[in-house]
Design a protein around this ligand. Structure first.
Ligand code: ADP
Length: 190
């Protein structure tokens, strides 16, 4: 069983590539952004709380995100492997994830980071904003805030897995298919 974290800045292609990886390897895909958006569209208490952070390009507080993820994990006691997308985004989230998995005698197999230059990310997110309906993609200031949040708070999470030899970097520039082939090959060899 492989448990993978797909890592990278906003717009790196994590959501797009996750779909191909689920198809290939049968992962349970846990995207915290998708779970928050589901809660927003259903106007749950969690959704109402998360929305104000997301609309500003800030992280939803760790306590809320970690509780949500732990409940989500409990729904899949028989998973053949998890694909985490958008989580962990802070050092505390990474520690929490390691301990949730540890309690079930599981661990992260690898963190795979999609590397894409900022300029390309801004353009991709603005393009996505034209069709996605996501308020956080529609405005260049919010996009910049999300990139700043990534570099200030999230990028360090890479060190957490690098220190234990579990970080793999993939070039996130290229066609969707090229990147998908590279990802499948890396994961296939783990
Ligand atoms: P992107 O990677 O394009 O920013 P996501 O769907 O992963 O898109 O995240 C959208 C927003 O949801 C983030 O900007 C943040 O506000 C919130 N969010 C998602 N995952 C987390 C997380 N692990 N911790 C805190 N906030 C999160």
């Amino acid at each position: 069983m492989k448990n993978i974290i797909l890592f990278g800045p906003p717009g790196a292609g994590k959501g797009t590539q996750s779909e191909f990886l689920v198809e290939e390897f049968g992962f349970v895909h846990l995207s915290t952004g998708d779970i928050f958006r589901y809660n927003i569209s259903n106007q749950t208490e969690l959704g109402i709380l998360a929305k104000k952070f997301m609309d500003e390009g800030r992280l939803v507080p760790d306590s809320v995100t970690i509780d949500m993820l732990s409940l989500e994990l409990l729904k899949y006691p028989n998973s053949e492997g998890f694909l985490f997308d958008g989580f962990p985004r802070t050092k505390d989230q990474a520690n929490a994830l390691d301990s949730f998995l540890g309690e079930r005698n599981l661990e992260i197999t690898a963190m795979i980071g999609l590397e894409v230059p900022d300029e390309d990310l801004r353009l991709r997110l603005l393009e996505r904003g034209k069709v996605s309906g996501r308020p956080d993609d529609a405005n260049i200031e919010v996009i910049q805030k999300r990139l700043d949040t990534y570099y200030n708070e999230t990028a360090v999470v890479k060190n957490h897995y690098e220190e234990v030899g579990k970080y793999i970097s993939i070039n996130g520039l290229g066609t969707i298919e090229q990147i998908s082939i590279a990802l499948k090959s890396e994961i296939g060899h783990l």
